[in-house]
Design a protein around this ligand. Sequence first.
Ligand code: BJW
Ligand code: ZN
Length: 262
Amino acid sequence: MPTMGEHDVSHSIDLPDALISVVCEAQRVAVMTGAGVSAESGIPTFRDAMTGLWSKFRPEELATPQAFAANPQKVTQWYDERRRMCLECQPNAGHEALAALQQIKRDAGATFTLITQNVDRLHHRAGSEGVLELHGSILEWRCVGCGFLDEETGEPFAQYPPTCPQCGDARRPNVVWFGEMLPAPVLQAADHAAATCDLFLSVGTSNVVYPAAGLIDTALAHDARVIEINLDQTSASRRVHWSLRGSSATVLSRIIEQLVNA
Ligand code: BJW
Ligand code: ZN
C-alpha cells in the first residue's frame, strides 16, 4: 500500500516538491476526470448532497435503458435540457490546465492520456486531444433503429423523443446508462493507459461508478504514482500517494504554475 499524503490545497497553495518532481519526471501520464472538473463551469455533479443531479432526480427513472423504454419523452426532454445547458457553459481553468499539461508532456516526449467520465465535451473545447469518453457524449444523439449518429447544435429538438432523419425511429443521447456496456475500444484504451502509466491523476470524481472506478486500482497495481484531486475525501483517498483537497481549477492551475517554474 502506498504512503498516504493528505494535503489541503484550499488553505495553502504550495504543493510538496516531491509531488511536483513526480509530475515533472513522469513519462507516461494518465488522467481520469469526473463531474467535479466541470462543476466550476456551472455543470451540476451527480452525487453532491445539495447540488448533485441525483439529489433531485432518481437515476433509475432517467439514466437507464428501462427508463427510456418506459418514458422516452420524459428521458429525452431531460437530456436535451442538459445538452443545451452544457453548450452554454464554458471550460474552466481546470480543463485548461489539463490541456496545458498534455502539451507540456507531449513537448517533453512523454505520453499523455485523458480519460473522462464526463459527457459535456468541455475537455475538447479547452483544447485537449484524443479524449477517451468512457460514458459517451450528451452532444451526440443516436438512432435506436439504424444507429445514425450526429452531434447537435444549441437548438431544442422539435419533438421528444427526436426522430431519425434516415429512418424515422427514435433517437437517444449517446451516453452510457446504468446497466449498459461502455464503448469497448474506449474502455480498452483507458485500461491500457492506466496499466502502463507511471503517473495517474484522478480528478473530481467520487470514484463509485464501475468500471471507471477500477482504473485507479489498475494504476496502483502497476506501481504508478497516484494523485487524487477532490474537494472531499473519497473511497480512493486512503489508497493514493497524494490526496489533494481543493477545487480542480485551483489545484490543477497550481500544478502547472509550479511545473513551469520548477
Ligand atoms: C470536485 C469539485 C471541484 C465537486 N473540484 N472536485 C462493479 C461493482 C458494483 C457495481 C457495478 C460494477 N460494475 C458495474 C456496476 C454497475 C454500475 C455501477 O458502477 N454502479 C455503482 C453506482 C455501484 N455500472 C454500470 O452500470 C456501467 N456499466 C457496466 O459496468 O456495464 C457492464 C455491467 C452492467 C451491469 C452489471 C454488471 C456489469 C455503466 C455506468 C454508466 C454511468 N452513467 C452515468 C450517467 C451518464 C449520462 C448522464 O450524464 O446522465 O455517468 S451515472 C454518473 O456517474 C455519470 C458519471 O460519469 C458517473 C460518475 O460520476 P462522477 O463523475 O464521479 O460524479 P460524482 O457526482 O459522483 O462525483 C463528483 C466528485 O467531484 C465528488 O467527489 C465531489 O467531491 C467532487 N467535486 N466539485 C474538485 N470543483
Ligand atoms: Zn435511424
